[in-house]
Design a protein around this ligand. Structure first.
Ligand code: DC
Length: 227
């Protein structure tokens, strides 16, 4: 076990490889991986189920008090998400939930509702947490901050292949357009927009394969933490 407790913040746009890389890094370092996008997706699922327009701030805010968002790690180490006790781990990955999650995540009340929950995880153990504002807002004192990015066309191509493998294929043009729309929403919102923290190291994976990206990520973390 690691004696030293530390936090690694990984931020970046959709499809840059954050979750795949952070998950693999967590395994190599024997620390906990927290996917914060999954938490916003649970709110997205709740809005969609109630037929609420995810951009309607008053309606989304009114929904929050009735929601219990749960996050647990199974015996396999994988993160499972719960909405009022119901396992919604698969449902949050439906492609239509992405825009719902992005829209609700732009709302201050939603972000405030989820902030403590995210911070609590890092207090209790060493974590690698990925999202959009982890290094800037959620864990501003994280020992390591990584801004993981890649060209939009490369990210869209990766998402396209992922959807195909998952059995929910979509045309490439649609995937690219949706990704650009999410980039726009996530970077231009007023609250906690996706920005690179001043002290974050940028890792651009456009020209790197998975192995190279992971090696770079691990090397950076080990150097910074002194492992
Ligand atoms: O990482 P993801 O695609 O699962 O995230 C879903 C949405 O949630 C994404 O559009 C932006 C938002 N999000 C956020 O605003 N802050 C985070 N820390 C993580 C995700």
């Amino acid at each position: 076990m690691n004696e030293k407790r530390y936090a690694v913040a990984v931020d970046g746009p959709s499809g840059a490889g954050k979750s795949t890389l952070a998950k693999a890094a967590a395994q190599a370092l024997h620390i906990t991986y927290i996917d914060t996008g999954a938490i916003y997706r649970v709110i997205g699922v709740a809005a969609r189920r109630r037929g609420i327009d995810p951009k309607d701030e008053a309606a989304v805010a009114a929904l929050l008090p009735s929601l219990r968002v749960g996050l647990e790690h199974g015996a396999d180490g994988l993160q499972r998400m719960f909405l009022n006790g119901e396992d919604v781990t698969d449902e949050i990955r439906l492609p239509e939930i992405s825009l719902y999650a992005s829209a609700v995540s732009a709302q201050p009340k939603v972000r405030a509702f989820l902030l403590d929950m995210q911070r609590r995880f890092a207090r209790e153990r060493s974590v690698i947490m990925d999202g959009r504002d982890i290094g800037t807002v959620v864990l501003p004192d994280a020992e390591v901050k990584i801004f993981l990015t890649a060209d939009a066309a490369v990210r869209a191509q990766r998402r396209f292949l992922e959807l195909e493998q998952r059995g929910t294929p979509r045309p490439y043009d649609e995937v690219l357009a949706e990704l650009q729309e999410r980039d726009r929403q996530d970077t231009q919102r007023a609250i906690s927009p996706l920005v690179r923290a001043a002290d974050a190291l940028t890792v651009d994976t456009s020209a790197l394969d998975f192995k190279q990206s992971l090696a770079l990520l691990l090397q950076t973390i080990r150097e910074k933490v002194g492992l």
